[in-house]
Ligand binder design. Structure first.
Ligand code: SF4
Length: 329
């Protein structure tokens, strides 16, 4: 076995140089005139049992990355390995089988639950579709799941509109757990919820992670939420991963100027720890026409002349800490 094959099989998930582009068409014949580079060459890996947080401003490509990794979207380029097996081009039955191991929890629980179905049917649907469990045991299994996520047993007979936002997200989590997946990709799972409910749902996800032996890819724009959940964190900007580090290390010693700006914006509970906030100028450029060189250079407070000519690569600056910035090359 080569070192590369060994690395791939040791991780639950390994993503290599993944790209997801959307064609832009124009003119009378609707010819392709360019690409929206939603995900532009990202590489990452998830160890079994860990939570990897993917963070960045809205529109940075993190949700598209999550959906491409789970194969809800077809990658444009790159490779995805799950338990050492190349899943990049799976189709048909093989792709359907993969869905048992990789599930998603979505941002808007109401939009992702069928309003015409009772909660019992919503949660049991994946089990029925995959022929898991006998009919007599199915109801008990679903009841157990509902109780485990903190819902009353009579939730089984109710409809999604009869629940609060937090409860609806619990239904979404129960459904995602039904097939006992190995990986859950949670895409902004608490950003649509009241702040008071957010921490309850986050704590539930953490408890379930231990109990169900789950690996989590946790996608969010809020760095304080990501910190609460993650063992390691990847920061995305304009479709690129610009920094990957152990969570504590990233918050204690952010290397990339973009990460430094994001962390400076987190409110500090203790005013004595208050550091100066870094305000970024301008807006995130269009992914259809990203800047040449470092994608962050038009907004970077530490920009150098070479930054507009050379695109930095994600490189190790110390153990488990990688950054893509010419300051460190
Ligand atoms: Fe800023 Fe240059 Fe580093 Fe990009 S490469 S983050 S522009 S210093």
């Amino acid at each position: 076995m080569t070192q590369q094959q060994k690395d791939r099989s040791e991780h639950l998930l390994k993503v290599e140089e993944l790209k997801k582009y959307y064609p832009v068409r124009g003119g009378f014949f609707r010819r392709k005139i360019g690409d929206v580079k939603a995900v532009d060459n990202i590489s990452l890996d998830l160890k079994r049992g860990e939570t990897f947080g993917l963070v960045g401003e809205s529109g940075c490509g993190k949700s598209t990355a999550g959906r491409t990794i789970t194969r809800l979207f077809k990658p444009t380029e790159g490779k995805i390995f799950f338990e050492g097996k190349d899943i990049t081009n799976l189709r048909g039955t093989q792709l359907r089988n993969l869905r048992q191991d990789i599930q998603m929890v979505f941002q808007d629980p109401y939009a992702s639950l069928n309003p015409k179905m009772m909660v019992g049917s919503i949660v049991s649907e994946p089990l029925v579709n995959y022929g898991k469990g006998s009919e007599s045991k199915l109801k008990d299994e679903v009841m157990n799941l509902l109780t485990r996520v903190g819902l009353p047993e009579d939730a089984y007979y109710k409809y999604p509109h009869e629940f609060s936002g937090g409860q609806r997200q619990r239904i979404g989590i129960a459904r995602a757990l039904a097939l006992k997946p190995k990986l859950i990709v949670a895409d902004e799972p608490v950003s649509a919820l009241d702040v008071s409910v957010q921490s309850q749902v986050l704590n539930l996800l953490k408890e379930l992670q231990d109990e169900f032996d789950l690996t989590l890819l946790f996608i969010a724009h809020d760095l304080s939420v990501v910190k609460h959940m993650s063992d390691r964190i990847g920061v995305m900007y304009l479709g690129n991963l610009v920094e990957v580090a152990d969570a504590d290390d990233l918050y204690r010693d952010p290397k990339h100027p973009y990460t430094q700006a994001l962390i400076s914006a987190i409110p500090q509970p203790d005013p004595r720890n208050k550091s100066e906030r870094i305000i970024l100028s301008g807006d995130v450029p269009s992914p259809q026409n990203p800047p040449v060189g470092c994608p962050f250079h038009p907004r970077c407070p530490k920009v150098m002349p070479e930054c507009s000519g050379k695109k930095p690569q994600l490189k190790e600056v110390n153990k488990e800490h990688r950054v893509s910035c010419l300051l460190y090359e």
